[in-house]
Design a protein around this ligand. Structure first.
Ligand code: NAD
Length: 376
């Protein structure tokens, strides 16, 4: 028996930020990053918040938020006696706010504070997930926290807030969406509902990510990518993720590579590994996962005479998309030399084996196999 619940209310489309005017007489703790303040996006938020509210702005969030920032936030949250948390920003701001809410609840015995997530990137789906990824900057490790206490009550998906995202971040975050959808689809916990959500998310990415990348002001493409991110988030909130994320959390933290970029780089190689696809592969060897990848290829309109070609077409389509988005295709392209890779690959592989996301990967990896994937 599967229990499927979607607990976050979603406000989608241009103008959805107006939803904030409903809140009155609240003590609002706003979690955001310095860019939001500098670029005036926070101003758009306050224009809509009724003046009966009090606000505290916590704007120290940096990409891949460290645990120290979360600890500081918990103290401020408690001091301010917030009764509403609004996170506005990319996945880093939303994740940090979620972790603050979780620790405030657990450590300080604070009542469950309502939480509104307003993404300004289309990538993590964090606005609808019970995940939060926090970094240990001393050990260069990222930890995914998982708890339903972190599920936002509301997600506001206003595409206007995403218009300022530069093209390379549009590419990185968009490929994060694709990785979420593909990993959800082949997860050991995939079900018909998550499949439908993941399929739609993948189709939207292939159609609208190149448009959003080429023209950040294309509001239709921005809105579709916001939907895709949210759909993939709901999907993987049901199924968890896979080895791609297990490796990306560790390699991204070690080599300081943006999360979506790291995911994208790994994606064709993890597909090849999971599908057990290799030269000389015969039809008899077709793993159930290869069939699933071939289904994805079909969903994307990549016609193929058999499973083997379906898997290959999917890998090629992903690489083609990466090229169209001018993304690096290897760690070498990101400036990681052979010596650095050799030095860290064992630790990255160990971290990936322990990462919670790896548990739902369709193929159980060994340490050596992860090192091999990294070396590709
Ligand atoms: P991010 O939040 O780290 O932001 C990346 C950069 O984009 C920052 O410099 C930020 O200032 C900038 N930015 C954000 N919105 C902008 C806008 N509207 N205009 C211009 N610049 C803008 O990036 P992200 O990819 O959204 O989040 C990545 C983080 O989320 C990582 O820590 C990753 O591990 C985590 N993550 C979480 C989940 C989850 O389910 N919780 C899933 C995937 C990834």
């Amino acid at each position: 028996m599967e229990k499927i619940s979607i607990r976050t209310e979603i406000y989608l489309g241009e103008g959805s930020l107006d939803r904030l005017s409903e809140y009155r007489n609240r003590r609002i703790f706003v979690v955001t990053d310095p860019f939001m303040v500098k670029a005036g996006l926070l101003h758009m938020l306050f224009e809509r918040v009724h003046d009966s509210n009090e606000q505290y702005i916590f704007s120290n969030i940096v990409p891949d938020p460290p645990i120290e920032t979360v600890t500081e936030g918990v103290e401020k949250l408690a001091e301010f006696k917030a009764d509403l948390i609004i996170a506005i920003g990319g996945g880093s701001a939303i994740d940090a706010a979620k972790a603050m809410k979780l620790f405030a609840h657990k450590l300080l015995d604070q009542v469950d504070i309502p939480f509104v997530a307003i993404p300004t990137t289309s990538g993590t789906g964090s606005e609808v997930t019970n995940f939060s990824v926090i970094s240990d900057t001393e050990k260069n490790i990222k930890y995914p926290l998982v708890s339903d206490l972190m599920l936002p009550q509301e997600a506001i998906l206003d595409p206007v807030l995403v218009k300022t995202v530069p093209d390379f971040i549009t590419a990185d975050t968009g490929m994060d969406v694709l990785t979420h959808a593909i990993e959800a689809y082949v997860s050991t916990k995939a079900n018909d509902i998550s499949d439908a959500l993941a399929e739609k998310a993948m189709k939207l990415v292939f159609t609208y990510l190149p448009r959003a990348y080429k023209d950040g002001n294309d509001l239709v493409a921005r809105e579709k990518m916001h939907s895709a991110s949210c759909l993939a988030g709901i999907a993987f909130n049901m199924t968890s993720l896979g080895l791609n994320h297990g490796i990306a959390h560790n390699a991204g933290a070690k080599f300081k590579i943006a999360h979506g970029r790291m995911n994208a780089m790994l994606l064709p190689h993890v597909i090849e590994y999971n599908a057990n696809y290799k030269p000389g592969y015969s039809r008899e060897d077709e793993s159930a996962t290869a069939v699933r990848y071939a289904e994805i290829a079909k969903t994307l309109g990549l016609s193929a005479p058999n499973v083997k070609s379906g898997v290959r077409n999917l890998m090629q389509a992903i690489k083609q998309l990466q090229k169209e988005l001018n993304m690096p295709l290897s760690l070498r392209d990101c400036g990681v030399d052979k010596a650095a890779l050799k030095e860290h690959s064992q630790a990255i592989a160990e971290g990936a084996l322990q990462d919670g996301c790896t548990a739902t990967n369709p193929r159980v990896p060994t340490l050596e196999e992860i090192v091999q994937i990294l070396n590709k």
